[in-house]
Design a protein around this ligand. Structure first.
Ligand SMILES: [Zn+2]
Ligand SMILES: [Zn+2]
Length: 131
């Protein structure tokens, strides 16, 4: 992932999907054009601007409870939508007192969930460039 993803193109297999195989491929997204699936296939893939929402996060952990087994996280999360819209929010996430053995993974999951909630506020993916 880099900062200059803007304007990258991906291809969507549009159909029309005249057979089961083609039909099952409709909506498939690929980084390169998807070739017709068989001779006489009328389906095509069309380019559109890539639609990747990304997020960045910073966090600080505060321990509490007996023996410091409990912790909560002050997280700052910024979602960068596919069109450059920025949605930022701070959130305190209470991770509780159970030690699952992999705090970092727990934390990343919690932050990922929060981020995907924010991503819901991003504009819809752009329609294909050609219809
Ligand atoms: Zn077909
Ligand atoms: Zn086809």
């Amino acid at each position: 992932m880099s900062d200059d993803d803007d304007g990258e193109i991906e291809f969507v297999f549009m159909g029309p999907g005249e057979c089961e195989l083609c039909k099952s491929m409709v909506g498939t997204v690929s980084d390169s054009p998807i070739e017709p699936l068989h001779p006489n296939c009328n389906c095509k893939s069309v380019p559109r601007t890539k639609c990747n929402n990304q997020y960045r996060s910073n966090w600080r952990t505060t321990r509490y409870g007996p023996g410091g087994n409990c912790y909560r996280v002050d997280a700052e999360i910024a979602v960068i939508c596919h069109d450059g819209t920025l949605i930022g929010e701070s959130r305190e996430i209470d991770m509780g007192c159970e030690d699952s053995g992999d705090e970092l993974a727990d934390l990343e999951m919690a932050i990922g969930e929060f981020a995907s909630g924010l991503e819901a506020g991003c504009p819809d993916c752009p329609p294909p460039l050609v219809s």
